[in-house]
Structures are given as C-alpha cells and as structure tokens.
Ligand binder design. Structure first.
Ligand SMILES: Nc1ncnc2c1ncn2[C@@H]1O[C@H](COP(=O)(O)OP(=O)(O)OP(=O)(O)O)[C@@H](O)[C@H]1O
Ligand SMILES: [Mg+2]
Length: 259
C-alpha cells in the first residue's frame, strides 16, 4: 500500500500520517513514512527526540549518499528503481515505534530546470518505489495542491485528503480531491479532523455530500494531542487518545480496502 496524506496547512496531516504509520508498524507491516514537507516535522511525531530529529540530513541535501547508493559508475546516470527493503537500508532512520522514516527535503519541480541527481532520486523514490504486500509507505505531503502537478503523488494508490470544519480547508480539500481523482489515483478519501462538536461534524458531512467527496472517517478533536504537542512530545504515546483510536481504525479500514 502506498498512501499519501494531503490537505491545507495545519489540518492534521502529520498527526494522521504519523498515527497511521504507527498503527501499521504495530501490526508488523514493514512501514516507511516519508516526510515530503520542505519544513519537515514528522520525526517528532514518530517519537524521535528533538536533538536527533534536528540531526537528520534530508536526502535531497545528501549528495554523497545519493551518489554512493544510486550511481551506476557512468557519470550522470543513476539507478532509479527501488525496493522498500533497499530504501529502508540505504535512506531511512529507524524511529522508536518501529517506523522507518525518510526525510525528503526540498524537491524542486521537473519544470524548474533542476537536473541535479538528488532531485531525480527523490522524485524517483516517490514514483518508482515497488511496494510489496506486507509493506506500507505513507507520505506526509506538503500543504496545498502544487505537489500534485509535479507528478510526485501520482504513483500512490490511496490519497487521504484531510480537512477540519473550516470552509477554507474544505475548499482546499475539494481542490486536492478532484486533482487526485483526475490524476487517476485509485482511492481518494476525505478525512475530517479536529471534529469537536455536532455542528463541525455536520459541516464536514454536508460539504462532502454536496461535492461528492467520500468520507473515510472523522477524527475527533483531542485535548491530549494538544497537550502532548505543547510538551514537545509525540502524541502517539497517549494511550487514552480518542483521536488516535480513530486513526488506528482508519488503518484497519485501509487494510480491508486493500484486500
Ligand atoms: N484531532 C486533533 N485534535 C487536537 N489537535 C490536533 C488534532 N489533529 C491535529 N492537531 C494539532 O493541530 C496542529 C497541526 O497538526 P499537524 O502538524 O498534524 O498538521 P499539518 O497539516 O501536518 O500541518 P502543516 O501543514 O504545518 O504540516 C498540531 O499542533 C496538532 O497537534
Ligand atoms: Mg505537517
């Protein structure tokens, strides 16, 4: 399974991507979480201490690693097809809950004229990662819609578009949803987040109904998450978190849809 999580800034992409990765890893699946946001912070959600998270060099900035792992011996020619096992071995950081994390860094668009190997490799990683049955790749996308045009997300089989009950985030979600469906992504779902009242729930459901968006689930607003983040800790450790409970359920739903 290859799942991308997208949506407007601040809606909860990182919490949901991290929570899903955690749930899949706990089930024993080989799990890679890819932080594709140019200002990455998935590492903290996955339980790495701040100092270690700061030390991660994004692969787009790690020319030597890229040369050594993908060079073919011919100048300017790179190997651009990857298995999950290779990627975990060569590029990822192991995080405390068993998820293998890859921090992409800034990926420049194909049209920008940048032909540097780091960028080709990063794009190729997203596109040509061959994912087997017992493996899951979760991509925490950059906020907004631009990345879809770049073709980095087209290779995923499921796109989760996250929105809260704010009309701006719902409008962005609709835009992403339509682009993703138009790009031929097999499964596209809306995930409501930070749902703290009946009215918020109705707003999301009504918007989805009117615009033909399928809701996978609604994640409640959870004060435990807010407080863990205030302490600079991962919210994934809060055992009594209602939000995490629903996110874990999401992972079950996705697994059953995949079969
Ligand atoms: N269900 C929830 N209940 C309470 N707080 C939440 C919930 N989901 C997310 N948050 C909080 O909202 C804030 C934004 O969440 P998160 O960082 O996951 O969003 P994002 O979409 O990844 O943001 P960005 O676009 O900046 O990457 C965080 O402080 C997070 O703890
Ligand atoms: Mg984020």
């Amino acid at each position: 399974m290859k799942i991308a999580v997208s949506g407007k800034g601040g809606v909860g992409k990182t919490l949901i991507a991290g929570g899903l990765a955690y749930s899949f890893a706990r089930k024993g699946l080989k799990t890679i979480a890819i932080d594709a946001d140019p200002s990455p912070n998935l590492a903290l959600t996955l339980g790495l201490p701040l100092e270690e998270a700061r030390d991660i060099v994004p692969i787009s900035e790690n020319k030597e690693l890229i040369e050594s792992k993908t060079g073919t011996g011919y100048p300017g020619v790179y190997r651009l097809s990857f298995s999950v096992v290779d990627v975990i071995h060569d590029f990822s950081v192991r995080t405390p809950f068993g998820v293998n994390l890859i921090v992409m860094g800034t990926v420049r668009s194909v049209g920008s004229g940048c032909t540097c190997p780091a960028n080709s490799v990063v794009r190729a990683l997203l596109r040509h990662l061959v994912v087997e049955l017992n493996e899951v790749v979760i991509i925490d996308m950059e906020a907004g819609v631009e990345h879809l045009g770049r073709g980095t997300a087209q290779s995923v089989d499921t796109m989760l578009v996250v929105a809260d009950a704010n009309m701006k985030s719902l409008e962005t979600a609709k835009h992403i949803y339509d682009l993703a469906a138009g790009a031929g992504i097999k499964q596209v779902f809306l995930v409501g987040n930070k749902v703290g009242s009946q009215i918020q729930e109705e707003t999301i459901k009504e918007f989805a109904g009117k615009n033909g968006l399928t809701i996978l689930d609604l994640v409640p607003f959870d004060q435990n998450v807010v407080e863990a983040e205030m302490r600079g800790e991962t919210p994934l450790k809060c055992r009594e978190s209602v939000a995490l409970h629903v996110i874990q359920n999401l992972s079950e739903k996705l697994t059953s849809k995949d079969n």
